[in-house]
Design a protein around this ligand. Structure first.
Ligand code: HEC
Ligand code: HEC
Ligand code: HEC
Ligand code: HEC
Length: 230
């Protein structure tokens, strides 16, 4: 995510939404399997288990008919994060510490917790390609999020970003943001990692152009769901 704020500003050009696609929860099995989030022995990435065959268990406790939505099954990080400032309320205030789905992502991506540290296992599942995400790996984010887009804050309605007369960006009305099928806020109205990335599906990845697990075909379409040029 580093460089996102600097590099993407000129890229905020109005793009025509060419494609929208929503996926029912039942197809998660099929979609996760082909992605680098399949950390089982069948995974396509460098980082995967030597022997474990279950795909979902690296993130979820295996579910039953009684609990159709799998519970979180990966050990959480205890890290305290450097966060960017929020500026929409006038004077800058630090963004909240990551919570909700963002905290789940960071349980692997901040690099402090073993990837195979999952609930219900007698010991940590050993992994090829490294037991935890280490600096230098593509997925390593670390605990300094200060150069990244803020997350875990409630997206406000009807504000001009920054109050900065030089800024060329405004925020679209909340109703317009919430009507989007792909760019989603959580139940508390917060922006999370899952607003821009879908951990279950990597449909649009294009090296150097579209990040992995992206929720729309282009970067701009995601930004422009919430931002507009003045
Ligand atoms: C505003 C949209 C947005 C949000 C929110 C977001 N990302 Fe990203 N992410 C991106 C973009 C765009 C890239 C492509 C790389 C870049 O621009 O630096 C990226 C890249 C990444 C990468 C690849 C490694 C890297 O640093 O380039 C990882 C891993 C990642 N994001 C995880 C996360 C996690 C975890 C969170 C929540 C803490 C998160 N992202 C929140 C937009 C977002
Ligand atoms: C790399 C981690 C990861 C893996 C692997 C994973 N999930 Fe998830 N899953 C998540 C996260 C994170 C959430 C929470 C999403 C949110 O709150 O928006 C979630 C939420 C869900 C939900 C709740 C509905 C939703 O989409 O938010 C279902 C159902 C689900 N996962 C099914 C599965 C199944 C089935 C598998 C295995 C085929 C799987 N997941 C594998 C990370 C993962
Ligand atoms: C169980 C651990 C785990 C969890 C939880 C997890 N990831 Fe990952 N993720 C990985 C691994 C392992 C990779 C592959 C990293 C590599 O090859 O360096 C990866 C890769 C990625 C990449 C691609 C990095 C790149 O540029 O190659 C992104 C983006 C990403 N994850 C985002 C997320 C987001 C967003 C969430 C939460 C919704 C999340 N992940 C939750 C383990 C996890
Ligand atoms: C879910 C809505 C949403 C999405 C999607 C989103 N943003 Fe934001 N963004 C916001 C909000 C709200 C703020 C205000 C946070 C603050 O006060 O700094 C913000 C702040 C920013 C800022 C700082 C602006 C300033 O003047 O302080 C930049 C730069 C930015 N976003 C770029 C992007 C880019 C690039 C993307 C796409 C990769 C993106 N955003 C996607 C909602 C979003």
């Amino acid at each position: 995510m580093r460089g996102l704020l600097d590099s993407a500003r000129p890229a905020l050009v109005i793009a025509v939404m060419v494609w929208s696609w929503t996926v029912p929860a039942t197809s998660q099995q099929a979609t996760v399997v082909g992605t680098v989030h399949n950390l089982s022995v069948t995974g396509p990435g460098e980082v995967r288990s030597f022997v474990e065959t279950e795909v979902c268990k690296f993130c979820h406790i295996p579910h039953s008919v009684d609990t159709p939505v799998p519970l979180w099954g990966h050990a959480l990080s205890q890290a305290r994060y450097e966060v960017p400032d929020l500026r929409f309320s006038g004077s800058p205030v630090p963004a909240p510490q990551p919570d909700g789905a963002s905290r789940l992502c960071l349980s692997c991506h901040d690099g402090t917790v073993a990837l195979g540290d999952v609930t219900g296992e007698a010991r940590v599942i050993p992994m090829r390609g490294g037991d935890r995400l280490a600096p230098g790996r593509p997925g390593y984010i670390g605990t300094d999020l200060s150069g990244s887009h803020p997350v875990s804050f409630v997206v406000p309605d009807g504000v001009t970003l920054g109050g900065d007369p030089e800024s060329d960006m405004v925020l679209r009305p909340l109703a317009a943001i919430e009507s989007d099928q792909d760019v989603r806020l959580d139940a508390a109205g917060k922006m999370q990692c899952t607003t821009c990335h879908d951990p279950h599906a990597d449909r649009y990845y294009s090296p150097g152009r579209v990040p992995r697990f992206w929720v729309k075909p282009t970067v701009e379409e995601v930004c422009l769901t919430c931002h507009a040029l003045r």
